[in-house]
Design a protein around this ligand. Structure first.
Ligand code: OAD
Ligand code: ZN
Length: 246
């Protein structure tokens, strides 16, 4: 079966780089973006330039974030996260590349420096001008007092979740490290991503072009199934559950 073949490939690999999308966290209660019921089927994304230009857009963006707070705060690592953490502890995974913003790879045991966050992190906030970080509780209490999303106390520019919005620059250091990992691993496993958002979706292809074997685990077909060495079109928790160790 696909899972047995994956086991053989994992056993044979020296350096495995996982690349994760929202599908790994759906069993933790966090909706993905493009499945039925996904975030972008319910809400239009707010592009970065709108967030910068409009107080209304900032208020709406923060209202959406606070509406998700119970979901994010309650989420615990799922079987996929735990399987990857086991392989990390076993020394097979030098670092993980993720599009996710939910902090669950860190929560499963990855050192923060070994989680390459291409799209940032939604568990804290950052000023878009000077980079000053803020806790969400601070943003929430300011929002409650002023009735509007707050600006930075240092430079007066807007404060945003520490995530990357459409139209916002990618984090350079993360892009650089993801490139090096993709070019040097011998097994690249894309997990729970539709692979439609670029430049993130370039990494599976880059790894394959640099000689790695490519595995794609996703319930639905993806854009890059045709270049993969193995496609497991299955539930992630079921597919990776057998690799959860101690
Ligand atoms: P998507 O919602 O586009 O894709 C998630 C994929 O996971 C879908 O193809 C689902 O079929 C699959 N899936 C969901 N649950 C699954 C499960 N339990 N088992 C197997 N497959 C499952 O999410 P991403 O590819 O992560 O960017 O989206 C990429 C980027 O688009 C996100 O990082 C976000 C979004 O706009 C930004 O916000 C910048
Ligand atoms: Zn600032």
């Amino acid at each position: 079966s696909g899972v047995e073949r994956l086991g053989d490939m994992i056993a044979a690999a020296k350096t495995i780089v996982p690349f994760t999308g929202a599908g790994i966290s759906t069993e933790c209660g966090i909706p993905d973006f493009r499945s039925p019921g996904g975030l972008w089927t319910r809400n239009r994304p707010i592009p970065f330039d709108e967030f910068v230009a409009s107080q209304d857009a900032r208020d709406e963006s923060w209202r959406r974030r606070f509406a998700m707070e119970t979901t994010f705060a309650a989420a615990r690592p799922g079987r996929g996260h735990r399987a990857l953490a086991s392989l990390y502890r076993a020394g097979k995974i030098p670092a993980i590349i993720t599009q996710n913003i939910d902090n669950l790879h860190q929560a499963s045991g990855f050192a923060p420096d070994h989680v390459i966050e291409l799209h940032g992190n939604t568990t804290y906030a950052r000023c878009i001008g000077c980079g000053q970080t803020y806790q969400l509780d601070w943003v929430k209490s300011r929002f409650e007092v002023d009735g509007a999303a707050p600006d930075c106390t240092v430079c007066d520019e807007p404060v945003k979740t520490a995530t990357v919005s459409f139209g916002q620059a990618m984090p350079e250091d993360a892009m650089q490290r993801a490139t090096e990992l993709s070019q040097t691993c011998d097994l690249f496993i894309a997990i729970g991503s539709s692979l439609v958002v670029w430049p993130a979706a370039g990494f599976p292809m880059m790894a394959k072009n640099c000689g790695a074997r490519l595995v794609i685990i996703n319930r639905e077909p993806t854009e890059q199934d045709d270049i993969a060495d193995l496609v497991i079109r299955h539930d992630i928790g079921e597919a990776l559950g057998p690799f959860v160790g101690n």
